[in-house]
Ligand binder design. Structure first.
Ligand code: GRF
Length: 197
């Protein structure tokens, strides 16, 4: 049986698109994206899911009394869809230890820096790239890693580097990194599922 993937998103979903494209090109080791789940009803990723004919769900924290209730609802939706792997792709919530243990070893994330550098709470979106430029780094990149209880601290599966130029704006660096993210996430999933990672 092919592995079932869920992709969790909050924003534009360009990484989701790269995974959908890889699946279509038969480059995801036979895995199937069975669910796209967002905490944000305005996420463009939902439109991408719809266009690809993939089930899309919105589960908003504000519709639940507690964060634990919201996480339980997310976990139940993943189980109901028979998901084997949970891929965070621009998902802007940090899961509690309870959630991480429920899907232990089966949650992946993509982060736009060379972890462990520029990771952890507060390092998201343009803030990552601003910090890299402020740190006068000569290179940056992207990391796909397992999600553990510490934010952005789980074992790295794959990383790729890009050059950082002194005249870069955060937006230019973000675009350069995103371009490699779109190859890196499908590659990491493929290698992991084939057992070569
Ligand atoms: C990416 O840079 C990813 O590394 C980070 O959030 C961004 C999501 O972009 N976790 P998109 O929604 O996939 O376009």
């Amino acid at each position: 049986m092919s592995a079932g993937l869920a992709v969790l998103v909050s924003g534009s979903g360009s990484n989701l698109q790269s995974l959908l494209d890889a699946q279509k090109a038969d480059a995801l080791a036979g895995a199937k994206i069975v669910l796209v789940l967002s905490d944000n009803p305005k996420s463009y990723a939902l439109t991408r899911a719809e266009q690809a004919g993939v089930q899309a769900l919105v589960i908003r924290p504000k519709d639940y009394a507690t964060r634990a209730d919201w996480e339980r609802a997310v976990g139940d939706a993943l189980d109901a869809a028979r998901v084997d792997w949970v891929l965070l792709a621009g998902f802007l919530r940090i899961f509690s230890g309870d959630f991480v243990r429920r899907f232990a070893g089966r949650i992946l994330n993509i982060h736009p820096s060379l972890l462990p550098k520029y990771g952890g709470e507060g390092f998201y979106g343009l803030k990552v790239h601003e910090a890299v430029l402020a740190g006068n780094e000569k290179e940056s990149g992207a990391s796909v890693h397992f999600v553990t209880e510490g934010c952005d601290e789980g074992p790295v599966i794959l990383q790729e580097k890009v050059a950082v130029y002194p005249e870069d704006t955060p937006e230019q660096l973000q675009q350069r990194v995103l371009k490699i993210e779109h190859k890196l996430y499908p590659k990491a999933v493929r290698e992991l599922l084939k057992g070569s990672k």
